[in-house]
Design a protein around this ligand. Structure first.
Ligand SMILES: NC(=O)c1ccc[n+]([C@@H]2O[C@H](COP(=O)([O-])OP(=O)(O)OC[C@H]3O[C@@H](n4cnc5c(N)ncnc54)[C@H](O)[C@@H]3O)[C@@H](O)[C@H]2O)c1
Ligand SMILES: O=P(O)(O)OC[C@H](O)CO
Length: 351
């Protein structure tokens, strides 16, 4: 009997990974079609002399990445990623984008042939020969399974605390889309399924670049009008990027949670914004600030800016995306933060 029950595994246990574990662990109790244990891969570390996996399994709280929120007892932490995923039918990837390929290479011959994956990670992947790809493509190709996405205006601690919010599932497979929705939707976290999987994922990566720009603007002391300009011109570049490189999507996709809503929340409340503002105010490097301010959590925006710069250069298109390019150049200290305002002032929008 137990063999027929579906198993869900979560790859990742950071701020968002632990939040997704809290939701899925709670929701799964409603179904008799799933194994109740939800395995969560935890990148092991020692906290006050104790293993993080041990703390999570004994205290049911990820005290480092999601403090103050109890996890359901059926969420079980595993430090061995193969053990965490090997019997799973549904793999939820919630790790920072820089670790996706490495983890997939470890588990690639060990996942069920019939499994499918969902990526919650926001970012791109750059191969050694400098090709830029979607994370869902990397997961799908390395593991030889379909990979869908879930993106939205979701600051993890707010979602974990039960504040109302929404997100977008990208899936062209009806049955899998519905399964994902049933596992993750709650009364306070409402989900819409859309078929524009690639664009949904791209928006999740690009908005982090705009959030860095919003942080620069805040750090420079500009107010809400300037931030609104950053958001609008950033959105214009996001839309142009999607239309140019991922044509064929529904034009209203930008109005979903994965589009304008995620952009707004990240530009006001996200980690990328916060660290970018501190970069301007303190003059310290982004990497140093990430370590000082985020307690192990990872930024995605500066890397995404580098990845997009790479993508645009390969296609001779960098001149058409001045905000994206300025963010990268400022992060790399080739331009002063005030260059962001020049990029806005001279944006092709005003030509
Ligand atoms: N936090 C949010 O509010 C939020 C919301 C939506 C989407 N996301 C996206 O979810 C993804 C995961 O972010 P997060 O917030 O859960 O993580 P996080 O930034 O809170 O934590 C970093 C995680 O990376 C792990 N890690 C460190 N080194 C590692 C290694 N070498 N190999 C594997 N793992 C390692 C840490 O143990 C930790 O779990 C990101 O792409 C992010 O953009 C985050
Ligand atoms: O904290 P950030 O900047 O990584 O953004 C978090 C989420 O992506 C918001 O949806």
């Amino acid at each position: 009997m137990s063999d027929q029950l579906k198993r869900v595994a979560i790859v990742g246990s950071g701020n968002w990974g632990s939040t997704i574990a809290k939701i899925v662990g709670t929701n799964i109790a409603k179904f008799n079609t799933y194994e109740q244990e939800v395995r969560m891969y935890v990148y092991e570390e020692i906290i006050n002399g104790r293993k993080l996996t041990e703390i999570i399994n004994q205290e049911h709280e990820n005290i480092k990445y999601l403090p103050g929120h109890k996890l359901p007892q059926n969420v079980v932490a595993y430090s061995d990623v193969v053990e965490a995923v090997e019997d799973a039918d549904i793999l939820l990837f919630v790790i920072p984008h820089q670790f996706v390929e490495r983890v997939c290479n470890i588990i690639k011959s060990r996942v069920k042939k019939t499994a499918f994956a969902v990526s919650f990670s926001k970012g791109f992947y750059v191969s050694q020969d400098k090709r830029v790809e979607l994370l869902s493509t990397v997961i799908s190709q390395l593991l030889e399974l379909p990979c869908y996405v879930l993106m939205g205006a979701n600051i993890a601690s707010e979602v974990a605390g039960g504040s109302f919010c929404e997100a977008t599932i990208g899936s062209r497979n009806y049955e899998h889309g519905q399964l994902i929705k049933s596992l993750i939707q709650t009364n306070e976290f409402r989900l819409v399924i859309k078929p524009d999987t690639e664009v949904i994922e791209v928006l999740g990566a690009l908005k982090n670049i705009v959030a860095v720009a919003a942080g620069f603007s805040d750090g420079l002391g500009y107010g809400d009008n300037t931030k609104a300009a950053v958001i609008r011109l950033g959105l214009k570049e996001m839309v142009k990027f999607c239309e140019e490189f991922f044509p064929g999507h529904h034009p209203h996709i930008f109005l979903e949670s994965c589009g304008v809503a995620d952009l707004v929340t990240t530009c006001y409340g996200g980690r990328n914004r916060k660290v970018a503002a501190a970069f301007v105010k303190t003059g310290k490097d982004i990497k140093i600030l990430e370590e000082e301010m985020l307690n192990g959590q990872k930024l995605q925006g500066p890397d995404a800016a580098a990845e997009v710069q790479q993508w645009l250069k390969q296609r001779g298109q960098a001149n058409h995306y001045p905000l994206f390019v300025a963010v990268h150049e400022i992060c790399e200290r080739r331009l002063e933060p005030t260059a962001l305002i020049d990029a806005l002032r001279n944006h092709p929008e005003f030509w």
